[in-house]
Design a protein around this ligand. Structure first.
Ligand code: ARG
Length: 595
């Protein structure tokens, strides 16, 4: 990474200035290394002089001049002072072309880092709940989580993905009750789309106690029996869940069937979404046996108290975190307790250096409670645990979540995307082979990119025309740019493999900028991993694609008469292809050769 080398060179220059007495003695502070937007400002701009001036009371511009004068790295061709004391640095053309040549020789290596060697990171995402279909409400968690996992792997981390399937909790009691009340053969009736049926059954029963008209309809259609306790569905549901927790064989058997069907569906969806393979599907039920011990510990350590009605509650009101319930008054375990067990178990088994929960912002209080209670219990792994929260994705007409009844099935969304893209391609490129396959890749990529191009904390509104447009900061634009450059490489007789970077060719400003941007991929990954913001990588790729298209429109490649220039440009084009394809891949997005 050039950034690292340049940073090191600046540190060396400062150290030397201190040694010579040109600067007083101080501990060299952190300073920024930004990639300026204005090409006139070079490849990197640093605020080192400003930071030091603050520390020592010197004049920033003077310190900047001192640093610029001392820089010795061969990678740096020019250093200039700008504004109140920034140092703008320009990389040497020869260093850039040398790095390009090395990158082309190791297309699968040059962007990697060993930063994560020996470190295990658990990343939790795509936390489906069983007996429900995957819907668009799951999309952000999946897309963000998958990108984080891929970037971690690229940087040498042992990233372990986990779906933490929601397969436990009182809602399954309601469903169990409903299933047992059905008068016809459940298995047979549920066959065509069992999850859709279970979803429906649950929502009917969940609403029944407040809707007598619904009850009449359900009764007449055979969705209950003469003994169905329509008025007290929730109590009956809790009983069934407690029975399940105690190991009741009938309830276990029905529940297992729900798990099996749901896990099969999860696997199919993961495949459809092109996700990196998961390492673990540890459902919430897995932690059941570990819960009593945690409750006992919480009581023993006075972290939680038994209330009059038998519940076990940790009072976090002094911390502004409300009360955290571990056991409900009916004896059932809570979601929070399962998360406590999960944290403890995962730290013990993985010894992670980071534990990431990719979950929407609505659960922010929940995770604060989990971490606080875990801390008070003396659990290890709390400091390393982070709620990677993300905002809402809504449709212009409202939310996309089941809770409001407008859930769109994930499959339906992907299908619609592919259909729309297929129509666009038919118009733009009627002769394209494999149109349907390409349309799927572009449609899925467009959806993923739309999500990833926004900061994860932002709320976003999903509009088809914004998602699918081939212009601007979109997936199709990046994929199109990749395909455009790919076709140049294809037309060149020797292809990428034989591409040699000629030595000693001077770069013009457009080429210089584009090449510096190409080589910045590992820096973009590093930045994206700092606070787990894939949009950092996405926006880097967008900038790169813009520069690439600028180059494309002003610089002939195969038609360039000067041989050395032609070879250099071809190598640059290959670099663009590699970087765009790899960058998209790290976001979980395919880059078709043609579109
Ligand atoms: N299945 C949960 C839900 O639907 C999300 C799980 C989030 N992860 C966790 N460790 N609590 O709300």
């Amino acid at each position: 990474m050039f950034r690292q080398k340049v940073r090191e060179a600046i540190r060396l220059a400062i150290a030397e200035l201190k040694r010579e007495g040109a600067l007083p003695d101080f501990v060299i502070p952190e300073f920024s290394m930004a990639a300026p937007e204005d090409p006139a400002h070079g490849d990197y701009a640093t605020n080192a002089a400003l930071v030091i001036a603050k520390l020592t009371g010197g004049k920033p511009v003077e310190i900047a001049r001192l640093i610029a004068g001392k820089l010795k790295a061969s990678e740096i061709a020019a250093a200039a002072i700008a504004g109140p004391g920034f140092v703008n640095l320009t990389l040497a053309d020869g260093s850039l072309t040398g790095a390009l040549s090395a990158a082309l020789r190791k297309p699968e290596q040059w962007w990697r880092s060993e930063a994560g060697k020996g470190k295990t990171v658990r990343v939790e995402y795509f936390q489906l709940n069983i007996a429900k279909r995957p819907h668009v409400g799951h999309l952000r968690s999946v897309v963000i989580g998958d990108a984080i996992k891929r970037m971690l792997l690229a940087f040498g981390y042992d990233a372990k993905s986990d779906t933490h399937v929601g397969d436990w909790g009182t809602q399954f009691g309601i469903l169990l009750y409903a299933i047992k009340q059905l008068r016809f053969d459940v298995a047979g009736y549920m066959e065509d789309d069992p999850l859709a049926r279970y979803e429906m059954l649950y929502s009917f029963y969940n609403q029944a106690s407040q809707d007598s008209a619904l009850v009449e309809r359900l009764k007449s259609q055979g969705w209950g029996s003469d003994t169905t306790d329509w008025q007290n569905i929730h109590e009956r549901g809790k009983e069934e869940f407690v029975k399940l927790e105690r190991g009741d064989p009938e309830n276990r058997k029905i529940w297992q069937r729900l798990v099996d069907i749901s896990m099969k569906k999860l696997g199919e969806s993961a495949l459809r979404l092109g996700l990196a393979p998961f390492d673990m599907h540890r459902g919430e039920s897995f932690y059941e046996p570990m819960m009593p011990e945690i409750v006992a510990l919480a009581l023993f350590k006075d972290v939680a108290k038994k209330t009059g009605d038998g519940a076990v509650v940790a009072d976090l009101t002094a911390d502004g975190l409300d009360e955290a319930v571990l056991i409900k008054s009916d004896g059932a375990s809570t979601y929070l307790l399962r998360d406590l067990a999960t944290l403890k178990y995962m730290k013990e088994t993985l010894n992670f250096t980071a534990n990431l929960y990719v979950v929407d912002v609505r659960q922010s209080l929940h995770f604060k409670q989990v971490f606080r209670v875990a801390k008070r219990l003396g659990f290890e792994g709390v400091e390393e645990s982070t709620h990677i929260e993300f905002g809402f994705m809504t449709l212009p007409e409202g939310p996309m979540s089941t809770r409001k009844g407008t859930a769109i099935e994930l499959e339906a969304l992907l299908f619609e995307a592919a259909t729309k893209v297929s129509a666009i391609i038919k118009e733009k490129n009627p002769d394209l082979e494999n149109r349907d396959l390409v349309a799927k890749a572009i449609g899925l990529g467009a959806i993923k990119y739309f999500d990833l191009s926004h900061h994860r904390r932002s709320d976003i509104v999903f509009r088809w025309h914004e998602v699918l447009t081939f212009e601007g900061n979109t997936g199709p634009y990046l994929q199109y740019t990749h395909a455009r450059f790919r076709s140049i490489v294809r037309k060149a007789t020797n292809g990428t493999k034989g591409t040699k970077v000629p030595e000693g060719v001077a770069l013009d400003p457009t080429e210089h900028r584009l090449l510096a941007a190409v080589l910045r991929l590992p820096e973009a990954i590093e930045d994206a991993l700092k606070d787990y913001t894939p949009n950092t990588l996405a926006n880097y790729l967008y900038t790169l694609a813009q520069l690439a298209n600028e180059f494309y429109h002003s610089h002939p490649v195969l038609q360039e008469p000067d041989e050395a220039k032609r070879k250099l440009r071809l190598a640059l084009v290959s670099g663009v292809v590699l970087t765009l394809a790899k960058g998209l891949d790290l976001l979980g997005i395919q880059a078709p050769d043609e579109m």
